[in-house]
Design a protein around this ligand. Structure first.
Ligand SMILES: Nc1ncnc2c1ncn2[C@@H]1O[C@H](COP(=O)(O)OP(=O)(O)OP(=O)(O)O)[C@@H](O)[C@H]1O
Length: 591
């Protein structure tokens, strides 16, 4: 590959069929066809107006822009669903109990008659839809294909990553010549396109290897999920066992057909490497034995060296170059040290037929400090850095995606620059920029407006931030939740610039209230510092002259939402009633 843009684009496009297969499937899930059919049924026998709406519904369904999972998070939609579904049940067959309890017999039968009449008189298509979704579909659709804004989508073009992609390709091309490429370490902050670029290069590598019939395979492992040596080796072993089995099955099919043909006409063997039917049979027997000998590694239970040797034998079964891509490699080292990397990096000296090389991806630049020097030097033979995107680059990335994701004029001019600017502030994270754009579109869709504007982007920024806070607060340990709750109670009682002593007093009362061990004040001070680091509270040290220094604490997150998340924890839900004693404390304390 070279640095020429045109070439790059052509190469990227050549991958289209590979990605396109997935992408297209996602855009048109099987259910959309059903939705279309339902809409058609619902429209039968109805007015022209209704038919028009149905057509829009079909179009919208086909465009894949109505994502049921998104509606779940919309309280408005959710409540509408509840109300309407219960009324549907009442109007249906088994609903009489609800109405009849309070009615006379006559009334009962009239209700029943109504129900029966409705049932008899109406055609089924009208019953099938009560127009719940029609209003939501009434406006012009905003998204043409929302899937392309989701993290799971692999883009066909990666603007501003040509240099890194070319560097990777230059190193990995060795694999296509049958030699082992240098190990590569890829660094860069989150959302800088490391995984997307590495996956793109590996898809290209595998498809080129098929084209030239050079055996070269890439195995991707996400070390955030597969984070122990056992699991990494087991996953690799099982993948290569499966691949070997597939190769053997294919060869067995060919040999069995050859044997049959050779029985009838032995001259067919002349074009093969076998000089007799017996030789073919020997090979069949050998392959069957090999196939029998492969074992899948269980998810736990084997000694690690047995897992390693199963992987080793599986990978060395036939000639090939294997690139093992370890995404989030720092998580593996953090969780289980560098043994896996040590074992993988010394394999080549023992392998007979195959070659292995490692491509590690990390957003922690310092993780190599924890590696054994031998592992460090072997792993970092080549290093590629992915710098953060600036606002202009993010704008390009968003524009490329928006072309496919949104209807023609659904975005007002300032939407993309604003998303890019927000995400650039956030260490140049393309994932954040894409999330913002998608969320802004979803908010506009919920507002039932025809286009996305600056206001939707600002609301999207708030929503994403709030979602982050909710997630962080939800996963805090109980003690930190109590400390945070104490701060919230103080703020709610009008106390500002709260000090640690005040937090500790309320915290102690909360612990008593829900019968939890009370930590020391020093430990609570540490927990406050942790909450500060997470951006949930702001704790500044202020000097009080001859009274020394103290911390002034204030909440940095929306108070009501945070309180609601804390109270959704079953252990903390009882402390709602402690409000009066906190109040009393401040009536006396703050004076
Ligand atoms: N240059 C680019 N062009 C188009 N999309 C991009 C580009 N860079 C990143 N993206 C998109 O941004 C999102 C995040 O990218 P990716 O997962 O590759 O980041 P990463 O650097 O691996 O982040 P992390 O370290 O958090 O895993 C993905 O949806 C990806 O498609």
């Amino acid at each position: 590959m070279n640095g020429d843009d045109t070439d790059q684009d052509t190469t990227l496009d050549s991958q289209r069929f590979v990605d396109g297969a997935d992408g297209d499937d996602e855009q048109l899930p099987p259910s959309t066809g059903d939705q279309g059919a339902q809409s058609e049924r619902a429209a039968e026998g109805q007015s022209g107006d209704r038919e028009q709406r149905t057509t829009r519904e079909d179009e919208a369904s086909a465009a894949g822009d109505q994502d049921p999972t998104d509606d779940e998070s919309d309280p408005e939609t959710a409540s509408t669903v509840d109300t309407d579904s219960s009324s549907t049940v009442r109007g249906g067959v088994g609903s009489s109990g609800v109405d009849f309890d309070s009615e006379s017999d006559d009334a009962d039968s009239s209700v029943l008659d109504d129900v029966m009449l409705d049932d008899v008189g109406s055609e089924e298509p009208e019953e099938a839809s009560q127009g719940l979704f029609d209003d939501l579909l009434a406006g012009d659709p905003i998204f043409e294909n929302k899937e392309v804004l989701r993290p799971s989508y692999t883009p066909r073009k990666l603007p501003h990553r040509e240099e890194q992609i070319n560097n990777m390709a230059t190193i990995l091309v060795t694999a296509l010549r049958g030699d082992s490429p240098s190990n590569i370490l890829i660094y860069g902050k989150t959302g800088t396109g490391k995984t997307a670029s590495a996956k793109f290069v590996s898809t290209e590598l595998e498809s080129t290897s098929q084209k030239y019939e050079v055996p070269c395979e890439v195995e991707y492992i996400n070390c955030e999920v597969t984070d122990t040596q056992y699991r990494v080796l087991a996953q690799l072993a099982n993948k290569f066992v499966e691949k070997n089995e597939a190769v053997i099955d294919e060869e067995l099919d060919d040999l069995e057909s050859l044997r049959e043909r050779a029985h009838e006409n032995p001259t067919v063997l002349a074009e093969t490497e076998y000089d007799s039917v017996a030789a073919v049979e020997d090979r069949i027997e050998q392959l069957e034995d090999d196939r029998e000998s492969f074992e899948q590694v269980p998810m736990t239970g084997w000694p690690t060296d047995r897992v390693y040797s199963t992987f080793f034998d599986a990978v060395d079964y036939h000639e090939r170059v294997v690139v093992i891509m370890l995404d989030e490699i720092d998580k593996l080292v953090e969780k289980s040290g560098d043994d896996t990397l040590y074992n993988l990096s010394r394999m080549n000296s023992e392998l007979e037929r195959s070659r292995v090389s490692i491509m590690g991806i990390s957003n922690d630049l310092k993780f190599t400090d924890f590696l054994d020097p031998r592992v460090k030097s072997s792993l970092g033979e080549e290093e590629i850095v992915f710098p953060p995107y600036d606002a202009n680059q993010l704008r390009d990335i968003l524009e490329h995606r928006a072309e496919v994701a949104f209807e023609g004029d659904a975005l007002t001019d300032d939407v993309i620059p604003l998303c890019a600017a927000f995400a650039a502030q956030e260490h140049g994270d393309a994932r954040r920029a894409l999330d913002l754009l998608r969320t802004a579109g979803e908010l506009a869709e919920r507002d039932q407006t025809d286009d996305v504007d600056e206001d939707h982007v600002r609301k999207a920024q708030e929503k994403i931030e709030l979602d982050r806070v909710v997630e962080v607060v939800r996963t805090l340990p109980t003690q930190s939740k109590l400390v945070l709750f104490a701060i919230i109670m103080l703020e709610k009682n009008g106390v500002h610039n709260i000090n640690t002593g005040e937090v500790y007093n309320v915290y102690q009362r909360l612990c008593e209230e829900i019968d939890v061990d009370t930590l020391t004040q020093r430990r609570v001070t540490d927990l406050i510092s942790e909450l500060d680091m997470l951006g949930i509270v702001n704790a500044v040290v202020v000097s009080k002259g001859r009274y020394g220094r103290t911390k002034e604490i204030s909440l940095s997150v929306p108070i009501d939402e945070t309180e609601a998340v804390l109270l959704s924890d079953s252990r903390l839900s009882d402390i709602e009633d402690t409000q009066p004693f906190v109040q009393t404390r401040f009536d006396s304390d703050s004076n």
